[in-house]
Design a binder for this molecule. Sequence first.
Ligand code: NG6
Ligand code: CA
Length: 541
Amino acid sequence: MASIMNYTLTALKEKNKTNAKLVMRNFKIIFVAIIATLIGSCKEKPMNKNLLADNSKLPNIIIIYADDLGYGDLSAYGASEIATPNIDNLARNGIKFTNGYATSATCTPSRFALLTGTYPWRNKNAKILPGTAPLLIDTAQITLPKILKSQGYHTGIVGKWHLGLGTGNVNWNAQISPGPNEVGFDYSYIMAATQDRVPTVYIKNGYVDNLDPNDPIQVDYDKNFEGEPTGTDNPELLKFKGDPQHSNTITNGISRIGFMKGGESARWVDEDMADHFLNKAKEYVKTHKNESFFLYYALQQPHVPRTPHPRFIGTSGMGPRGDVIKEADWCVGEFIKTLEEEGLLENTLIVISSDNGPVLDDGYDDQAIEKLGEHKPAGELRGGKYSLFEAGTRVPFITYWKGKINPGISEAIVSQVDLLSSMAKLAGSDATTKDSEDLLGVLLGDTNKGRENLIIEATSRTAFRQGDWVMIPPYKGPSVLMNKGVETGNSGQFQLYNLKDDLHQDQNLAKTNPEKLKEMITAFEKIRGEGYNKIEQPEFD
Ligand code: NG6
Ligand code: CA
């Protein structure tokens, strides 16, 4: 382009005044043609190559991660009894995956896989953790935020952590380390474990937020501190009742799992938690808008205790579980508005998913079952949270990038364990792990070729999906968790299902198709190794 312009300018000098106008017109024509060619070639180039070739800012990456949101909980995924317009909007204008998976049917292992790109069953401690558990991720381990950081990103987490903190005996009144900041996050604003577990405080970059040093925090998962009220002893202090496991220390009129003393000024108000995290997520974006950033925004809804802000009470007609789904959808909408106002949407890939499938009764008397009506939290899938059936791990999974992704529905098999390699690729890195596949092209809608197979996990048990088939090995233990009303997937026999014809996993084909069963077992064992059915007792039996 420069040489053509030079040539034109030289020509202009050499001609007399009468010719000058003509040359000027030629110059304009050539210039316009060059610009048009450039624009045209930009359009034709595959999107991500274009992005990486370009010297401008690498795209921001945001993962919005719900807690216990089921495959059927969004109207975008077919829910007819509840409307989630904000998330639907992203699904409609992005890619809605119908075979998107969390690696596990519970929180800690799924989050471990999301951040490390490693199947959680490779780490025997990747189980639902108490609030006092040490950090589960080795500080030397590769993580998604570390990779992005090395590519120049600023990295942040806001919301639920639940991957352990410290090395085993945390002093909650000093720096709490190692934690998110030691595994790749430049900024962290988290709750340690779950909303139903102590400590019920927010932790900012390793320090309890708003802590009064004269009122130190103590935490214990075995015994109460003398004189401290509990749900069991003081039901009159409760807003709603918990089951025996959720009847320990009371914060904000809600009893929790585990005991805690002190830290009154730092304790959270559950009804404000959604606004609180939303504000932190917005602040993060506003602070880092001029650099490439990665934000992991881990929503607390619709996990128990379900505590909608009063603005959302009654909005779903389904009781607190529906109301907090409405609240979560609103949070997503508000957050997107901020990205839009800051002019960031065109340079930001957003991934929305959930850490595991749905559960109705998970320990508190919140009428989730009674008020459910016709709503199907798992959609047409069988099982739910804690289950090896599909609803345990198959979850909403949406990618959105304004103006970049061609909207569509993808049936490709994708897992959250793949986000590490895929996001690394987007950031121009080839970093990868044994388990994490680079599916960037699938996530951006350039191809439909997802994973060929996938190991799924539920409370330490594992099963195998390959193509349309799922094989669940025999496991001891109950077939139904009676207190939660969830089918676990346990059976004394091998189970084999063809999801194409039998999405609800009603027809066990293990006996009628022994060849397929054998093929599945062989392929599964090749990845998983043998002895998978000799696991220590699953967490629930
Ligand atoms: C279980 C809790 C449940 C929930 C879960 C963790 C019972 C009796 N209690 O131990 O209420 O807190 O742990 O959920 O089931 S998760 O989504 O963080 O994995
Ligand atoms: Ca969860």
